[in-house]
Ligand binder design. Structure first.
Ligand code: ZN
Length: 149
């Protein structure tokens, strides 16, 4: 059990995927929280799983955040150890969803898929990046009924 737990964290093939799907409920939540937080930034971690080399983003994880001059910093020390850190989403209360240098640093440190949404917070204002800050595409898929709460 303990071994399985460790390999789950350290085996990098666990993070092997060719495609990213994001549930439409997650997109709706991102847009909702980004609009509600404006003119401040909103930030959350992404919950998900990999099925047949498809990374599926199924939910948002909120952790305590600290505001700084560089924006919002999330206390990832609060993340339950059993939870994978797939990536993050945050908003830019401005016209650009391009990552800042601070964003690129944090993308590189943890997670494999990151999203930034800028004003006016529509679906087309969401940009997605890999850990190197390179733009990657994703597909919005319908949230399965049994996963709706
Ligand atoms: Zn940013």
């Amino acid at each position: 059990m303990f071994e399985k737990f460790l390999s789950g964290i350290f085996n990098s093939s666990d993070y092997d995927f060719d495609e990213v799907h994001v549930h439409d409920e997650v997109i709706d939540s991102i847009l909702h929280y980004a609009r509600s937080a404006d003119p401040n930034e909103f930030m959350a971690l992404l919950d998900g799983r990999i099925d047949n080399k498809v990374l599926i983003i199924t939910g948002l994880i909120f952790l305590p955040v600290e505001s700084s001059y560089e924006g919002v910093i999330m206390n990832t020390g609060m993340l339950p150890v059993t939870m994978k850190n797939w990536g993050s989403v945050h908003s830019h209360p401005g016209p650009s969803a391009l990552p800042s240098n601070t964003d690129l640093d944090s993308f590189a440190k943890r997670g494999v898929f990151h999203m930034i949404v800028c004003r006016p917070y529509g679906v087309d204002d969401i940009m997605a990046y890999n850990k190197y800050g390179e733009n990657i595409s994703y597909k919005i898929v319908k949230t399965p009924l049994d996963e709706l709460i």
